[in-house]
Ligand binder design. Structure first.
Ligand code: 5RP
Length: 218
C-alpha cells in the first residue's frame, strides 16, 4: 500500500465522525484533499464547511460544498486535519503546507479535532520534521536569531507567502521534549504569528491509515 493510499483510507474513515446538518472544519494538505473528496459524497447531508486555507476553500467550492466564514458561525463541532508528525499524546507538528495559523484558529474553535494521518507520521519525539513558524516578514531575521539561541537551525522557506501575507521559517534540529513549553516559548518571540506545535490544543481522535487498515486512537 502506498503512503497516499494510507492517507486516503484515514481520510475516508473520518466520514464516520460527521453529523447530519453540521458545519465541518476542514484543514489543509494532501490527506485533507482526500477528505474533501469524501465529504463531497455527503454534501447534501451537511450545512457546509469552514476552511483553513485558500487551497482547501477552492477545492470545497469546486465540489459544491458551501464555505462559511468562521466569524459567521457561533460553534463548530468538528475539525478534520492532517499532521506532519504526531506523538502518543496526540500532540502534533503542523504547517508543512504553510496553513498553520488558520489551522490553529479553526482547531481552537472546534469541539473535536480528528487528526487523519498515515502511519509514517507517528513519532515518539516531535522534531525530526522541521518546525514551521509563521512570521511577520520584517521580523524574520530577528526571529531566526532567537531560534538559533534555542538550538535550532532556521531556514526561511523560499518563495512561500502564507494566506495571511507572512513568511515561514522552518526550524530544523529541535528535539522537542516538552512541546507545551516550547509552543508557549515560541509564541513569546515578537514577530512570531504562530508556530506549528499543536500541543496546547492537540487532537482528540487520531485516525491512522496503515497497510493493515485504519486504526482509531481515542
Ligand atoms: C498544512 C498541514 C498539513 O496538515 C500537514 O502538512 C500534512 O500534510 P499532508 O496531509 O499533505 O501530509 O499542517 O499546513
Amino acid at each position: 500500500m502506498t503512503q497516499d493510499e494510507m492517507k486516503r483510507d484515514a481520510a475516508w474513515a473520518a466520514l464516520e465522525f460527521i453529523s447530519k446538518d453540521s458545519i465541518v472544519g476542514v484543514g489543509t494538505g494532501s490527506t485533507v484533499n482526500h477528505f474533501i473528496d469524501a465529504l463531497a459524497t455527503i454534501k447534501d447531508d451537511i450545512r457546509g464547511a469552514v476552511s483553513s486555507s485558500e487551497q482547501s476553500t477552492a477545492k470545497l467550492k469546486q465540489l459544491g460544498i458551501t464555505v462559511f466564514d468562521l466569524n459567521d458561525i457561533s460553534e463548530l463541532s468538528i475539525y478534520i486535519d492532517g499532521a506532519d508528525e504526531i506523538n502518543d499524546q496526540k500532540q502534533m507538528i503542523k504547517g508543512g503546507g504553510a496553513a498553520l495559523t488558520r489551522e490553529k484558529i479553526v482547531a481552537a474553535v472546534a469541539g473535536t479535532f480528528v487528526c487523519i494521518v498515515d502511519s509514517t507520521k507517528q513519532v515518539e519525539l516531535l522534531g525530526r520534521f522541521p518546525l514551521p513558524i509563521e512570521v511577520i516578514p520584517m521580523a524574520s531575521s530577528y526571529v531566526s536569531r532567537e531560534l538559533e539561541k534555542l538550538g535550532a537551525k532556521p531556514v526561511l522557506r523560499q518563495g512561500v507567502i502564507t494566506d495571511n501575507g507572512n513568511q515561514i521559517i522552518d526550524a530544523h534540529g529541535l528535539q522537542i521534549i516538552d512541546p507545551l513549553a516550547l509552543e508557549q516559548q515560541l509564541n513569546n518571540i515578537v514577530g512570531v504569528v504562530t508556530n506549528g506545535l499543536f500541543a496546547r490544543r492537540g487532537a482528540d481522535i487520531v485516525l491512522v491509515g496503515s497497510s493493515s487498515g485504519t486504526r482509531v486512537l481515542k
